[in-house]
Design a protein around this ligand. Sequence first.
Ligand code: URA
Length: 196
Amino acid sequence: MIPPSLQPLYDEIASRFAGMSKFGTTFVPGFGNPESRLVFIGEAPGEEEEKRRRPFVGPAGRNLDRLLELAGLWRDEIFLTNVVKYRPVDPRNPSKNRKPTKREMELFLPYLKRELEILSPELIVCLGSTSAEALLANRVPMSSCNGVLIHGDPWPIFVAYHPSPLNFNQPERRSEMEEAFRYLGILLSSTGTKAV
Ligand code: URA
């Protein structure tokens, strides 16, 4: 669900970015268990997410579900959101997705931080370089950060490759992702961190 405590913030974001030609037309809020101590952050919604107004409900989401299982987690135990909450598009060809620019990430970052302050998680999981770079404030070489726990201030941040089909369909990359999620499971049980 969308926690009621986040609704005013989401209304604010939706109205600030509505109607911009570099974004799709639909605001995609975070979604998940409002009690969860774990917040997973992706990059930006894709087509399926835009249609259903929910994060990670397309191919990347299905990959994520398989990875969560390796960590001993279910989707209904976590909260999922994105750095950029509209689908970044090419204004000349709005059906085409693109990666958000650094400037767009910067525009959305203060809202992400407010979202996190409201959710107050025990652990953040950054899915891919966009969210890791946004929260760690510099370029993150994913090859050395996958499966790494960083003692960020104020939240600890666990970094993993983005579960996009591009990553998931490369056998070597996929096994690194699986290893990272298994490690996340170990980390959660060894620190006694419960999702809810
Ligand atoms: N990729 C993301 O980063 N977020 C989504 O919600 C879907 C795909």
